[in-house]
Design a protein. Structure first.
Length: 315
């Protein structure tokens, strides 16, 4: 049995809760449809990281993202870093995260929709919990109602609570550091994921004041996950909750790569990893256009895709 409750609030903003026997998922439509909580009911584990220094609030359009990094799951559309795309000035981390979305309940489905006022794309997300497993299923629809071709970046952006020894699991054959200013490594040369400079980049280190930022590409499957295994000898974990997994599965025709951002204390003291299925690389859309690695919608064109999220035991 699944249900949707729309009478909750957090910091004065509306929260819509989707609930099944397995999961409790909280969504804030007024903050770009941000998912602010995913709790597995069997273990009591909350998968998403949240910035305890910030209230949940809608930021002014054009705000800088990092000082307002609340956590949870945002979506970036139509860009990451501020840039002008096709003559349109696009703000930091795009327009979607600062938009208030319309929402309605359709049976056991939550529908969120809105438009990007500057860039012109319309956005629609349908969310539904499975009754028989800890999955959230998403159906997306992006439309270009403008009279101009639109190139863009679209990225899911899930900030997870982590501990030392957690594992990032992605079937990427190759990876590359995005920016040496956001890296504990010293090369921009592509490498065979996850081994770089004699280290494994897929294992979460202690909170040591570093950051990571990678493109993960040449995917063998559309999947990126976080796993918490049994604690190795000498490493304490509390509370013990057994092996856990948070996993996105997606269509590589829409999201041909995944990005990984991690702050092990290096970004404002935050300790989190961010799993990011992405439609585009590199980070600048204008550069991605030149390399033919960029999403595009012609006037009147529609993009539809399915994404699944699993949050439960790693069995």
């Amino acid at each position: 049995m699944t249900e949707i409750v729309d009478s909750l609030q957090q910091d004065g903003l509306r929260i819509v809760r989707l609930r099944s026997e397995h999961l409790e998922v909280d969504v804030a439509p007024q903050v770009g449809g941000r998912i602010v909580g995913i709790r597995h009911l069997g273990s009591g584990h909350e998968f998403l990281w949240r910035n305890s220094r910030l209230r949940l609030e809608r930021c002014r359009p054009g705000s800088e993202y990092d000082p307002n990094f609340y956590g949870g799951i945002d979506e970036l559309l139509p860009n990451d870093i501020p840039e002008t795309i096709g003559g349109v000035a696009c703000p930091d981390h795009g327009e979607l995260w600062t938009r208030s979305l319309d929402w309605r309940i359709d049976g056991r489905t939550l529908l969120l929709e809105g438009e990007l006022p500057q860039f012109g794309l319309t956005y629609e997300r349908r969310m539904r919990l499975r009754a028989d497993s800890p999955h959230v299923d998403f159906h997306y629809r992006l439309t270009n109602p403008t009279g101009a071709e639109r190139h863009f970046l679209w990225k899911l952006h899930a900030a997870l609570a982590v501990e030392e020894g957690d594992v990032i699991d992605c079937p990427a054959r190759q990876a590359q550091v995005v920016d040496l200013a956001y890296s504990r490594f010293s090369t921009l040369r592509p490498f065979a994921w996850p081994h770089i400079e004699g280290q494994r980049a897929d294992v979460v280190p202690a909170q040591n004041g570093t950051v990571d930022f990678f493109y993960l590409f040449d995917l063998q499957a559309g999947r990126i996950a976080w796993r918490r295994e049994s604690a190795p000898p000498g490493l304490r974990r509390a509370p013990p909750s057994g092996p856990l997994r948070f996993e996105y599965t997606f269509d590589t025709k829409v999201f041909p790569c995944a990005w990984l951002f991690a702050s092990y204390g290096g970004l404002d003291g935050h300790y989190t990893i961010v799993l990011e299925p992405c439609s585009t690389m590199p980070i600048r859309v204008d550069e991605a256009i030149r390399h033919g690695r960029c999403s595009r919608l012609l006037p009147g064109e529609v993009l539809e895709t399915e994404v699944s999220l699993y949050a439960g035991p790693d069995s």
